[in-house]
Design a protein around this ligand. Structure first.
Ligand code: TPP
Length: 327
């Protein structure tokens, strides 16, 4: 079994699915000859040819429109946006066409397409290369939103995304593209697209996170254990549809919830989770729900990134606060 990075796992899944299904095509800026801005598509053009691995002009609106057309005619396009912050010119196609085509045609036309984009901060890039706007897409009916946080989940979830008959936003946390290597079997096994993963069992508090900050959350859980606090860690993985049942089951056991995410705090995915837990499990809570998040500001330039980034100590502090203020 090969040890691969999250980035290599993405590449492996793309290779696997292009070989398995001739309807899968890839497109994006510099994804062919160059292998993509982060090299996620390396080798695809050589193996599958330029008719299935297409370099597009620098025009995200065009990428959005092309994918809608392709998917409506039986292809399964996987488009790469160089950074999540460059998706905005394609929003009209994604929101007004891709997300609602099935509803508009009463189920006659489904759009099996995937929009891949690296996202998140702390690689010393400018602000539109670093933000986390998953909540914008999770708000749109008709879109699935998926964020892997490990090489194995990147492989299994990307396969599932490509095989899904719904449009999927597949956001890749680029800070952890190359930080770890895990064993991933290239066996074509997809992971479920609507299930959160319990990474660590615990009894005192539930920590829910996704993307790169899952790592800080796991480190915090380890440090909390040394101090006698047992934290359950859940990687959301699929943001939409939200696997609230896994969260509720955990919260009913621990009685406490802390949500950790890199995106700005207000109106975010954390707020939605908090609302649903309040609606469905308020009387199981021993303390108010806590959030450790990014700030409600434009992502700062890299000199100031360190003030924005979530560290395990921030989670520790918040969890202790929750523990102290429990009923
Ligand atoms: C809307 C948007 N999409 C993607 C990018 C990322 N990007 C930065 S430079 C670049 C390539 C530009 O190529 P070209 O226009 O040929 O200019 P040159 O290579 O001469 O710099 C891309 C795609 C961007 N800056 N803005």
């Amino acid at each position: 079994m090969a040890k691969v990075t999250l980035l290599e796992a993405v590449n492996m899944a793309l290779h696997h699915e292009m070989a398995a299904d001739e309807n899968v095509v890839c497109l994006g800026e510099d994804i062919g000859t160059n292998g993509g801005v982060f090299r996620a598509t390396v080798g695809l053009k050589d193996k599958f040819g330029f008719k299935r691995v297409m370099d597009t002009p620098l025009a995200e609106g065009l990428i959005g429109g092309l994918t809608v057309g392709m998917a409506s005619q039986g292809l399964r396009p996987v488009a790469e946006f160089q950074f999540q912050g460059f998706i905005f010119p394609a929003m009209e196609q994604i929101i007004c066409q891709a997300a609602r085509m099935r509803s508009r045609t009463r189920g006659r036309i489904t759009l099996p397409l995937v929009y891949r984009a690296p996202f998140g901060g702390f690689i010393h890039a400018p602000e539109h290369h670093s933000e986390s706007v998953e909540a914008l897409f999770a708000h749109i009916p008709g879109l699935r939103v998926v964020i892997p946080s490990s090489p194995a989940r990147a492989y299994g979830l990307l396969l599932a995304a490509i095989r899904s008959n719904d449009p999927v936003m597949f956001f890749e946390p680029k800070r952890i593209y190359r930080t770890v290597k895990h064993e991933v079997q290239d066996n074509g096994q997809a992971l479920p697209l609507d299930v959160a993963f319990i990474l660590r069992q615990g009894a005192d508090i539930t920590l829910v996170s996704w993307g790169a900050s899952v790592n800080e959350t796991l480190v915090a859980a380890e440090q909390l254990a040394e101090q006698g606090i047992s934290a359950e860690v859940i990687d959301l993985a699929t943001i939409k549809p939200l696997d609230i049942d896994t969260i509720l089951k955990s919260v009913r056991k621990t009685g406490r919830l802390c949500i950790v995410h890199e995106a700005a705090k207000s109106f975010g995915v954390g707020a939605e989770i908090a609302a649903q837990v309040a609606e469905k499990a308020l009387w199981d809570l021993k303390a108010p729900i806590a959030r450790v998040t990014g700030y409600d500001v434009t992502m700062p330039y890299y000199q100031n990134e360190k003030y924005y980034q979530i560290h395990p100590e921030d989670i520790l502090l918040e969890v202790k606060n929750v523990m102290e203020h429990s009923a």
